[in-house]
Design a protein around this ligand. Sequence first.
Ligand SMILES: CC(C)(COP(=O)(O)OP(=O)(O)OC[C@H]1O[C@@H](n2cnc3c(N)ncnc32)[C@H](O)[C@@H]1OP(=O)(O)O)[C@@H](O)C(=O)NCCC(=O)NCCS
Length: 218
Amino acid sequence: MPERGPSDPDIREGLEGLARFLAGETTERVFRYPTCHPARGSGFCHCDQSVLKTLRVYLRGALLELVLNLPWNGLKLRLLRSMGAKVGHSVYIAVGAWIDPVFPQLLTIEDEVLIGMRARIFTHEFRRDEFRAGKVILRRGAIVGAHALVGCGVEVGRDATVAPGAAVARDVPADCTALGNPARIVPRRGASRGNEATPTEEAQDVQKKADGGTAGAK
Ligand SMILES: CC(C)(COP(=O)(O)OP(=O)(O)OC[C@H]1O[C@@H](n2cnc3c(N)ncnc32)[C@H](O)[C@@H]1OP(=O)(O)O)[C@@H](O)C(=O)NCCC(=O)NCCS
């Protein structure tokens, strides 16, 4: 691990916090830690902790990349589960989707979710002065469209859709559609569940905001 500079945060404390977050001992959705750019070698990135850790992440990435590009859906689901992701039933992941190999255990995919071709799902990110690891939750019936991007810490609500090519950095409420980049949130057409004649509450809230001209991701 590189020497810590006088202005660098306490790496050990950060890594312990991250380990607690990954072990599910904290309730936050996103773990944040102030650290410098990974190219400076802060000691925080997996890549400069140990050769073994680096190798493990890269091998996991290569395996995920290989399997997610194969046509066998069941194999993809089994691999993700074996890496700690929570995956429900009737989930379908199209060929060429990309799932962040750094923390696959932070991903929850509920029942009947569809992930489109070349969609990308991130569970970590380095920002200018901050590292983040975030739980991504795809609620029951959600669709992540082809070539869409779901950022670290985002929840895509029940029966919500991230449109093809859209990029979401904030939550998508249930029964809504996220369109474009940056994503604009609109209620899903005909959004109602079961025998309800009216749109769900979340979709109504989004519609009200849209009518007031303030629609957008939370
Ligand atoms: C996104 C989706 C819900 C839109 O369905 P829809 O509401 O019937 O779409 P419409 O064609 O009526 O378009 C509604 C609006 O969304 C816009 N829109 C549709 N798809 C869009 C996209 N990918 N990006 C940006 N805007 C889009 C339309 O331009 C239209 O805008 P307007 O109201 O300002 O005119 C639908 O295309 C879908 O479910 N896509 C997912 C497909 C996919 O990738 N599945 C994974 C399998 S690989």
